[in-house]
Ligand binder design. Structure first.
Ligand code: OGA
Ligand code: MN
Length: 206
């Protein structure tokens, strides 16, 4: 397998704290091929929006990163998605969560790019249950991820992006922000979702 960690590592932490930080979560080879994939699709990164589908707005005062949604166009993407599917299965077995989907995008922050404090999901509105962030490179400075204590302005933890580190947290509980990048910063942000279908229409991705 491509992971270096077993479910015990993250299940306990998530049960106790609602989040987990796993250094060296993937083998270097996979992290490197994901990074290579980023360089391949580099011209196709586009300014990230806020909200979903018709709500999608681009507001450079809130976030300035550029993203590229996975489209299965490389073996690296397929391998990463398969890995996340296996974590999804573990979550479902352990917590009976009914997660049905995983969606993710590459994100690129260059000097000065940030993402202000936000929640990835709002109770009753979104179907995002768990957020995942995998770092693909190790910027020398900047781009720290700040996770806040639930419903608070107090900081829970500051994470320095490091290639191969995987962060997972409950999307509805933890507001978080990306401090301004200095060096280029590449990551994969993803979400495990539960079905929030209304009258039989399954919530569309993005
Ligand atoms: C996001 C996000 C955190 C990070 O894309 O929603 O919060 O560290 N990313 O890249
Ligand atoms: Mn976020």
């Amino acid at each position: 397998m491509n992971t270096l960690f077993s479910p015990d590592v993250y299940l306990d932490a998530i049960k106790t704290h609602g989040y987990v930080v796993i250094p060296n979560a993937l083998i270097n080879e996979l992290v490197e091929s994901l990074m290579t994939d980023c360089h391949r699709i580099n011209p196709h990164f586009s300014l990230a929006g806020i909200g979903r589908l018709n709500d999608l707005k681009i507001d450079k005062t809130i976030r300035k990163d550029k993203t590229y949604w996975f489209d299965g166009s490389s073996q690296a993407q397929l391998t990463y998605q398969a890995l996340m599917e296996s974590i999804k299965t573990t979550f479902n077995r352990q917590f009976f969560m009914g997660l049905f989907d995983y969606e993710c995008h590459y994100a690129k922050y260059t000097n000065g790019d940030f993402y202000k404090k936000h929640l990835d999901a709002f109770k009753g509105r979104s179907n995002r249950v768990f957020t995942t962030v995998l770092y693909l490179n190790t910027p020398e400075q900047g781009g720290e991820l700040v996770i806040y204590k639930p419903k608070s302005n107090h900081i829970e933890i500051i994470i320095k992006p490091t290639a191969g580190t995987l962060v997972m947290f409950e999307s509805e509980r933890f507001a978080h922000e990306v401090l301004p990048a200095i060096n280029e910063r590449y990551s994969i942000a993803g979400w495990f979702r539960k079905n929030a279908s209304i009258s039989g229409v399954i919530d569309p991705p993005r």
